[in-house]
Design a protein around this ligand. Structure first.
Ligand SMILES: [Zn+2]
Ligand SMILES: [Zn+2]
Length: 269
């Protein structure tokens, strides 16, 4: 699998890609060309062009969850490209309106427009995207210290309900040496994602994780998470997007962690 970070909060010195507080990854596995999230704005298309990525050849869009820093780029994407034959996999509730403290944080378009523009295939259960990549669908909450993770509210049938981010998910690449996990924001809990991955692919080691871990405070949960990562993973971690400096620092003291930013390209076997 070839994986390129097309958009992240951070950029590397001397590489003149654009960054924004958002996430977009481009992945090639066999004949599949997958975009995992589309960032907040249109900048993923600018970066993709500079990186030599042909978005016309895209086969799939996989959505980690509905927040606008992961789905906002979509409306620019379908204005610039014909996506009618591109499969888009997401949780069925990912595109419900979402808000937090008066701010709209959901996708900036309706589900009706989405259906008109792409081949939308919503799912709650895992979807096999390519020979080696599985989009996980709803993540069971099994790790006690990650209970109660949620942000704001979502609207269903004119009712605003507490949003526990049931739509949040991740992907797993089954490599020769083990499993490589690709996350969006990990609102469902990075350890819950690991636990579900272990349940779906028993007996296989987790050899890496790239993406947002949603660790934004130096607190007890962070220490428990680092312990959990230590016990359940081997190989390098690539935390980015929604991982604060203290969290990166704590992880770096105990785990192999690589600096991750826009332009990082990995070839995972
Ligand atoms: Zn989010
Ligand atoms: Zn995010």
């Amino acid at each position: 699998m070839k994986l390129t970070v097309v958009v992240d909060n951070n950029t590397y010195i001397d590489q003149y890609y654009w960054g924004e507080p958002a996430l977009c990854l481009y992945i090639e596995d066999g004949d599949n060309r997958i975009l995992f999230d589309t960032g907040y704005s249109e900048i993923f298309m600018h970066n993709a062009e500079l990186m030599g990525i042909d978005l016309n050849a895209l086969t799939d869009i996989a959505v980690s969850h509905g927040h606008n820093d992961h789905t906002g780029g979509l409306r620019h994407f379908w204005e610039a490209y014909d996506l009618h034959n591109v499969r888009l996999v997401s949780h069925p509730d990912a595109f419900l309106p979402k808000e937090n403290e008066g701010l709209e944080i959901g996708a900036p378009f309706s589900m009706e427009e989405l259906k008109r523009r792409v081949d939308w295939q919503p799912s709650r259960s895992p979807v096999r995207l390519s020979d080696h990549i599985t989009w996980l669908g709803e993540i069971p909450r099994t790790v006690p210290f990650e209970n109660g993770i949620g942000i704001g509210r979502y609207r269903r049938d004119n009712l605003w309900l507490t949003d526990d981010l049931a739509d949040d998910t991740a992907m797993v690449y089954e490599g020769e040496k083990g499993l490589f996990i690709i996350t969006g924001c990990s609102h469902s809990g990075i350890c819950n994602i690991l636990s579900y991955t272990e349940a779906l692919f028993p007996g296989r080691p987790i050899t890496g994780i790239l993406g947002g871990f949603h660790l934004l405070k130096d607190d007890t949960r962070l220490r428990q998470t680092v312990q959990y990562l230590n016990a359940h993973t081997q190989g390098t971690l690539y935390p980015c997007h929604c991982v604060c400096l203290q969290a990166r620092h704590r992880m770096m003291n105990e785990l192999p962690v690589a600096e991750t930013a826009t332009g990082l390209a990995l070839d995972i076997q």
